[in-house]
Design a binder for this molecule. Structure first.
Ligand code: HEM
Length: 122
């Protein structure tokens, strides 16, 4: 059987690094920063770990995801097409920085695209 996307991305450490950089850059982004305003660092740390768990779980790693589903999590946040486009742009740049290859990068993008309708509701 072919290796899972999780394995090909480099396993837990690679997925954790990817998620950490993604959230770090999204929080600093002038368009997206508003989503994390007035949230304590402890809450942000907890969300980051849930994102890591979710990504590990969804890409084929051995992780039991204890968070909420994507629609419930993001409902009412008012995430727009423009927010999504910026998020995807940041994802691409983080993937580039971490040396994710075109095949794996494409699979990550396809996966994100499959979540879009649940997350972009504004
Ligand atoms: C523009 C895009 C996005 C924005 C602005 C955004 C924003 C947020 C915010 C503000 C939270 C914290 C929610 C809370 O404290 O109640 C959150 C939680 C979360 N997000 Fe996103 N998100 C985006 C895209 C995504 C994507 C693409 C994924 C999956 C790959 C994702 C996975 C998660 C997870 C797993 C949580 C934690 C779930 C839980 O609390 O149970 N998000 N997101």
């Amino acid at each position: 059987m072919a290796d899972s996307l999780y394995t090909r991305l480099g396993g837990y450490d690679a997925v954790a690094m990817f998620a950490t950089q993604l959230v770090g850059q999204a929080q600093k982004d002038e368009l997206l920063a508003r989503f994390w305003e007035n949230r304590g660092q402890d809450r942000i740390d907890r969300e980051l770990q849930l994102l890591i768990d979710y990504l590990v779980n969804q890409t084929g790693g051995q992780m039991y995801y204890t968070g909420r589903d994507m629609a419930i999590t993001h409902q009412g946040m008012g995430i727009t097409e423009a927010d999504w486009a910026r998020f995807i742009e940041i994802t691409g740049s983080v993937a580039g920085d971490l040396g994710v290859g075109p095949t794996e990068g494409g699979e990550v993008m396809d996966f994100l695209d499959s979540l879009k309708a649940d997350i972009v509701t504004a």
